[in-house]
Design a protein around this ligand. Structure first.
Ligand code: FES
Length: 112
């Protein structure tokens, strides 16, 4: 069974629509990024599955983030890449707002 780590990312007010927050915390085995797309929150592993690139530096369009290095786009809802060179999905994580804070349950996939 996958390990689950619950992380308070930030107050929701610090992550307005169009913004992304990269979480690189000691308790996480890998960085996680949280995106606010038109008021909807998405959390995925930050590192592209093709090479060591931060997806938080990418461009978001139509609920997908495009890797800044080779332009594979990952669906923020499923983690699936839509085009090569990346072929492996990134992990998605459950994210919710609790008492005004953005909370990520790292290790629990986003429900489909
Ligand atoms: S590093 Fe992301 S697509 Fe190559």
């Amino acid at each position: 069974m996958a390990e689950v780590t619950r992380v308070v990312a930030c107050p929701l007010a610090q992550l307005p629509p169009g913004e992304v927050l990269r979480l690189d915390r000691a308790e996480l085995r890998a960085p996680v990024s949280v995106f606010n797309v038109d008021g909807e929150l998405y959390a995925i592993d930050d590192t592209c599955t093709h090479a060591d690139e931060s997806l938080s530096e990418g461009w978001v369009e139509d609920c997908a983030v495009e890797c800044p290095r080779h332009a594979s786009a990952f669906d923020l809802r499923t983690g699936q890449p839509s085009s090569p060179p990346a072929i492996t999905p990134v992990r998605t994580h459950l994210v919710e707002v609790v008492d005004g804070d953005v909370v990520v349950e790292v290790g629990t996939p986003r429900p489909r």
